[in-house]
Design a binder for this molecule. Sequence first.
Ligand code: UDX
Length: 457
Amino acid sequence: MKVTIIGTGYVGLVTGACLAEVGNEVFCLDLDQHKVDLLNHGVIPIHEAGLEELVARNRASGRLIFSSDIAASVEHGDIQFIAVGTPPDKDGAADLQYVFAAARHIGKYMDGYKVVVDKSTVPVGTAHRVREVILEQLAARGSTIDFAVVSNPEFLKEGAAIEDFMRPDRIVIGCDETFGGQRARSMMKQLYLPFNRNRERTFWMDVRSAEFTKYAANAMLATRISFMNELANLADKVGVDIEAVRHGIGSDPRIGYSFLYAGCGYGGSCFPKDVQALRHTGAQYDHKMQILQAVAEVNERQKHVLGRKIIQRFGDDLGRRHFAIWGLAFKPNTDDMRYAPSRALLRQLLKRGASVAVYDPVATKEARRVLQEDFAEMPHLLEQIRFCDSALQALQDADALAIVTEWKAFRSPDLNQIKNLLKEPVIFDGRNLFEPWAMANAGIEYHGIGRTAIKHT
Ligand code: UDX
């Protein structure tokens, strides 16, 4: 099929490359000519496992092209995916200006039936507004061309996005009579056929419910994490091991094991933004989303939990202290620093005078960029950060090690080396990578999140 993807950000690029991989002719549009040039030279602007090879293979086959030519992009695809960013505006609502700009372009140039697919995460009612925008453009040129608007939210995890696209748990498609009906449904069905091979994974629903499903999924996951973090903080006070509790409750199939890991808070492009946006939708309908307010507040607090533990241990004046930090990205296998808990920790430590040596396997460049912004008002504090080329290098003469991101490479370190390199053998583990008893046996003072239980027999 002929498909256009509008926006070559994270979602657009993965969607375009994966749809080309299964044989579609995909035209990726981006208005940023520099980005298009880079993509046409095989340079992928984001770090995502397997994406570079996938893009290269499909570019070489001619099934995947990148361009900034709007008219050509509208002409190309019978299916037009809108996959542009929906960043939060100052009230926390999703800013839809790029979505509507894409809809305007489609309405302006379309010359035959199109299925317009909202792939971006957008609040309930957006498909309706996209339809209005396209109708306005058509009316302006006296056209009555038929088209459909469909909602097809993405559920891609950074670091596993290609796998998530190629072998999805579910494909949610909102397609109803108001916005297009049967013709659009059969085109979407054909497009997703290769991903439904062994069993049907598509959940068909009305457009508004599909739009809502994306927010509901992320809000539910964020809620589980904040709930576990709240339990873990109490566990620390009452002497309970949150990991034992996780096993104890996760075995109940009604609860399940995943997304029950306590830690130093969630970050990334989705959870913080989507929780805010859903709260905003609630407010618009005079419906206070109390649980989500708590989820966001608990998470904000949780991003400071490691810093608080460090302050408790070393005192509020960290003037002569030096810390090693492992991990900067909001999670492993990505260089994404958006809402990363490491940023909160750095603020806490640097403001109190500490110096830090940081190491992340891939996020250093991105971290340098965002930290310039974070510390724009206090640029001198940036001098207290040293970026290291290895995990071990960061440890040299540090008073303690703080682990913020659970990169695989941090999971089985040489404990003797840690002890030898640190001034004092102290670890603050924001991702509960180690067993407290193993650390105690190795002579390391260990501070996890919710792991202060007395050793059991
Ligand atoms: C998320 C959703 O999982 C995905 O379906 C959606 O499309 C986009 O948002 P992503 O932001 O890539 O994906 O990251 P995810 O793996 O979900 O992790 C989000 C954050 O939660 C990370 O900071 C992670 O460290 C944290 N987390 C996750 C926990 O603190 N505990 C857990 O148990 C799981």
